[in-house]
Write a protein that binds this ligand. Structure first.
Ligand code: FES
Length: 118
């Protein structure tokens, strides 16, 4: 058994069907840790918000700009709950596909999934 129990053990009312946290951290271009911002995150997250709005999903899907998620050089990163899926989109089309597929149907966009390693 894991040392930390899964939150899925609880049956609490949920505010959103899914909740996206997208890293908005911006470090200087030559910073040794890198950042999602320097890897092009901000325009992608703006596109994500616009796409969710256009598709009428904002009431069902929460979008929160986050600070550093801890895996900076792998960015730009977003994580989707309750599934705990991490995505690294690189283009506006990638963002659109995440919305069209994962947010609308619950299916993973496997080619954009990453599993951060600690
Ligand atoms: S800067 Fe985005 S994960 Fe650290």
């Amino acid at each position: 058994m894991d040392a930390i129990e899964s939150a899925a053990e609880f049956t609490l009312p949920q505010v959103y069907k899914r909740h996206i946290f997208a890293c908005f951290t911006q470090r200087p271009p030559n910073h040794p840790r890198g950042s999602c911002g320097s890897l092009g995150g901000q325009p992608l997250w703006e596109r994500l918000g616009a796409k969710l709005e256009t598709e009428g999903l904002m009431g069902q899907v929460g979008l929160t700009g986050s600070g550093c998620l801890g895996f900076c050089s792998a960015g730009p990163l977003m994580v989707v709950y309750p599934e705990g899926v991490w995505y690294r989109p690189k283009t506006a089309e990638d963002v659109d596909e995440i919305v069209e597929t994962h947010m609308k149907t619950g299916k993973l966009v496997e080619r954009l999934v990453i599993v951060p390693q600690r």
